[in-house]
Design a protein around this ligand. Structure first.
Ligand code: KG4
Ligand code: ZN
Length: 349
C-alpha cells in the first residue's frame, strides 16, 4: 500500500510517499527557515502564505521522485492537528481536494504522534510497549505506547517546550534561528560546567518545565555582563564575548538534556518498555542521543536527522497504520484542530 503523506502544521511544507509503512519512496521538504530567520521565529501569516505557494509543487515532486503517478497512490494521510491554524488549513485543504478529485481514502493524523512513527521507517521496528520521548519546538512529553493507537501520556511540559527553550536561549545569547542546531554547534566548543543553572522541581513525576531555565539563563547573562534584571534581553547578545557565548550554549544544553534524560530514565525503570524512542526536532541533538544511550540499558532508537524534524514521511507512515485499523474520513467533513493534545486518542472510529 502506497500512501501520500502531507505535512504543513508549522513552517515546513512536506510531502512523501511511503510503502507499507516501512519503505520510504520519496521525502520532499520545503523548509521556510530562511523566510522566518529575519524575524527570529515563525510568523504564522507568513508561514501560511508560503505553504500556499509551494504545496502543489511539493506534492507533485513527491509523486514524481517516487516514480509513481496518481493511479499508484492508494491513500492520502495528512496532519490535521495540532499546529498553526493557517498552516494546517493549507495542507488539509490540499489533501481534501485531492482525495475528492482523485477518489482516494483520506486519513487525518496527529502531528506529535506522527513524530514517533518516523522510527518505524528504521531497519528495525520499535517493539511495544514503546517509551517515547517526544521533544520538539511545540511539544515536550513522555508517552507510553502499548500498541498502535493505544497510548498514555505519562508527563509533559507545564510551560515551554524544550525546543522553544533552545530557540529563546539562542536569541538571548545571539545565535541564529532555529536555536536548537545553532546552540548544539556552539556548545561543542564550550564548557558545559561554566554556569550552574537550576532544574525545576515539579509535582508530576514525569513532567517538565523549561520556562524557569530560560529565565535563569537570562539572569545569568545579565549578571555576567554586569547589567541588572531590567536590562532588555535583546541588548545582551552584543555584550557577550565568544567564550561566554559558547559556555552559555554548552551549560544550557547540558542542563536541558540532563532534565530530559532524568525523566526518561525514571519512566524507563517504572514501565520497563521493550523499546525507547526519541522523536521530534530536538531528537536531532547528538548530545541528547549520546547521554540517553549512556543512561538507558537498551539501545535508544531515533530516526535520521531529516526524519526527526518536521516531514511528511512520518505522516504517511502513521497513515498506513490508521488504514489498517480505521475507516477513512470524509474529505467533506475533515476539520483542523490546532490544539489537540495527545491525551485524546486520534484512533477512535
Ligand atoms: O519537530 P520540529 O521540526 O517542529 C515542531 O513540531 O516543533 O522541531 C523544531 C524544534 C526547534 O525548536 C529546533 O530548535 C529544535 O527542534 N531542534 C533542535 C535541534 N535541531 C532542531 N534542538 C536541539 N538540538 C538540535 N540539533
Ligand atoms: Zn514537529
Amino acid at each position: 500500500m502506497k500512501i501520500l503523506g502531507i505535512e504543513s502544521s508549522c513552517d515546513e511544507t512536506a510531502a512523501s510517499i511511503v510503502q507499507d509503512g516501512r519503505i520510504l519512496l520519496s521525502n520532499v521538504i520545503n523548509s521556510q527557515i530562511d523566510i522566518h530567520t529575519v524575524y527570529g521565529g515563525v510568523v504564522p501569516e507568513v508561514a501560511a502564505r508560503s505553504h500556499i505557494e509551494v504545496i502543489n509543487p511539493v506534492i507533485n515532486q513527491a509523486i514524481a521522485e517516487a516514480n509513481l503517478n496518481w493511479d499508484d497512490v492508494d491513500a492520502i494521510a495528512v496532519t490535521y492537528a495540532p499546529g498553526l491554524v493557517g498552516s494546517l488549513l493549507i495542507g488539509t485543504l490540499a489533501a481534501r481536494t485531492l482525495a475528492i478529485l482523485k477518489n482516494k481514502p483520506l486519513y487525518p493524523v496527529h502531528h506529535v504522534e506522527a513524530h514517533v512513527y518516523a522510527n518505524f521507517l528504521n531497519k528495525i521496528e520499535p517493539k511495544f510497549p514503546i517509551l517515547a520521548l517526544i521533544v520538539s519546538g511545540g511539544h515536550c512529553q513522555i508517552v507510553l505506547f502499548h500498541d498502535h493507537g493505544d497510548y498514555e501520556l505519562l508527563g509533559q511540559t507545564q510551560d515551554d517546550a524544550v525546543g522553544e527553550a533552545f530557540d529563546k536561549v539562542a536569541k538571548i545569547i545571539g545565535l541564529p534561528y532555529p536555536g536548537g542546531p545553532s546552540i548544539a554547534k556552539e556548545a561543542k566548543n564550550g564548557n558545559p560546567l561554566a554556569y550552574k543553572l537550576p532544574k525545576s522541581k515539579l509535582s508530576g513525576k514525569y513532567d517538565f518545565s523549561f520556562s524557569g531555565l530560560k529565565t535563569a539563563v537570562l539572569r545569568a547573562v545579565q549578571r555576567e555582563v554586569g547589567v541588572d534584571f531590567t536590562f532588555p534581553s535583546t541588548g545582551l547578545a552584543e555584550l557577550l564575548n565568544s567564550t561566554q557565548r559558547i559556555d552559555f550554549a554548552a551549560s544550557f544544553q547540558r542542563t536541558a538534556i540532563e532534565t530530559l534524560v532524568e525523566k526518561t530514565k525514571l519512566a524507563f525503570y517504572d514501565f520497563n518498555p521493550k523499546s525507547v524512542v526519541i522523536a521530534g526536532g530536538v531528537a536531532a541533538n547528538q548530545e541528547l542521543r549520546r547521554i540517553l544511550s549512556e543512561q538507558i540499558p537498551i539501545p535508544i532508537e531515533y530516526a535520521p536527522i531529516d526524519l526527526c524534524t518536521d516531514n511528511a514521511a512520518m505522516v504517511a507512515t502513521l497513515g498506513y497504520y490508521h488504514a489498517q485499523k480505521k475507516k477513512p474520513t470524509s474529505p467533506f467533513e475533515l476539520e483542523v484542530i490546532p490544539s489537540l493534545s495527545m491525551t485524546k486518542t486520534t484512533w477512535s472510529s
